[in-house]
Design a protein around this ligand. Sequence first.
Ligand code: HEM
Length: 358
Amino acid sequence: MADEGTGPTRRGFFVGAAVAAGTAVAAGATGWLLRGVDGDASTAEGAPTASASPAPDADRRPGITFPDVPQRHLALRVLALDGVESAALPALVAAASRVESPPDAGEVTVTVGYAPAHALTLWPERAAAASELPAFAHDDPAIVTGGDLAVQVCAETASGARDAADAVVAALGARIVWQQAGYRDAPTPHGTARTSTGFIDGIVNPRTAELREAGVWTDAVHRDTHLVVRRMLISASFTAQPVAAQEQAVGRSRDTGAPLSGGGPDDEVDLFAKTADGRLLTPAASHARRAHPSHIGRPLMLRRSYSFDPPSGAGLVFIAFLSDPQTFVMTQRRMDEMDDLMAATTTDASGCFFVPGE
Ligand code: HEM
């Protein structure tokens, strides 16, 4: 296969980049963890040495399942590399991994996805499910799609995420198709975060290796995955509603994140629970019901979204990692039919990219 034997190995990256650039870069071909230079550990010649750190294991991939609590800031860049053949991309991406880690930015992760056409050329079997997304009901008529690569940079500082993303873009010599900065509010005790709507997002996520094998990684050998990224604007008419009406649309408490069907935030949504007079506690058109994976018989996708603040209303850079993009398509189709949260959204940029693992 085109990816094998052409680039540095996982260990090669870690060691090679540490020596060459003074940064420690860990993890697979398209997910890196940037670490800063340890200023106290200079050699006798004054050359900086990298602060060594163990590479995350195969199930803990930078910017996907590592770190456990997603970093506070996102710099997303969807890029065009005009005139560059598919076969040339992996080496360009590998070279771009040698960027310096910005100071004080915590764990800085760089996660790169390939557009379906490139993925199908480079990894025809592994990426067989790669596909562009179809149009959906609440897409902006002028929605921006396309691009050759998606680069997701996450860091604990906004400037660190931006600087690292800019360095990767410069190293690739790429043109920006669309980009978006995002943030996550301070984490809840569960490691989830409130979006700019004030609701806690990311509660129902695959948190065990078994669930990730089913819903995130394409197979247990390579642990490839598909990245869906959509820039969604939530109308001010949604956020201006009384909280009770917003909760009916979402199907959860805005305060605690608990399902309207009862229990605590970690309890499952009970789709059958009713009031004494027979009304569904999780409303028919609520997001928690419409997005529930049980309807489509598919495993759970991993959602790792970031907020942004548009001029009015609220914004979400919806980010999900899935073993099969069709899980997203089927979920979104159900929400297009009926979903009181989705009805208040417009998506103005969108893409689906293949993220190769080992
Ligand atoms: C404006 C955009 C969106 C917002 C503000 C939003 C918000 C939320 C919130 C607050 C929850 C409940 C807490 C949780 O389980 O995380 C949730 C659940 C969920 N959302 Fe979204 N969401 C958005 C878009 C999407 C999209 C585009 C999809 C996929 C097509 C999606 C899929 C899901 C799924 C699968 C769940 C878990 C449902 C369950 O099993 O209980 N969401 N979302």
